[in-house]
Unconditional design. Sequence first.
Length: 149
Amino acid sequence: MVLVESSPPLTRDYIKILQQYPKKITHESTRVCETFEALPLIDLRGLTRDDEGERAKCALEIVRASSEWGFFQVVNHGVSPKLLSQMRREQIELFNAPFSRKSTCGLLNNSYRWGTPTATSPDNFSWSEAFHVPSQRSRTRRAMRSSPL
């Protein structure tokens, strides 16, 4: 059985920073903040209420969570458990794919991202792996910026 590496080549791309960084990495310099707060949880059923006040309250909760956190959890969104389960299976399959496939497959306009591109020292390293899914609004904004007035 041949094992296929699904993780990006972290060492290859960050080795320069590790070699150039004069400071010795200590436990103190890599300490992680362990403060946990619950993510905002928004009941989307409020958007479908007949009462305009309830709809406005739900919309305000979304605005507040977006501006304070950048994201939030939702319940009562109307997506079936079956579809959510299928999406989860696809997500696992995608992220378990070999790195070479993920980075060259052209999925979502080559939107595969990993690591911390802005890291300038080992203290800045943070692990992430994602496929950026642009919204229609983002595409519209780009088109508007690039079109002549």
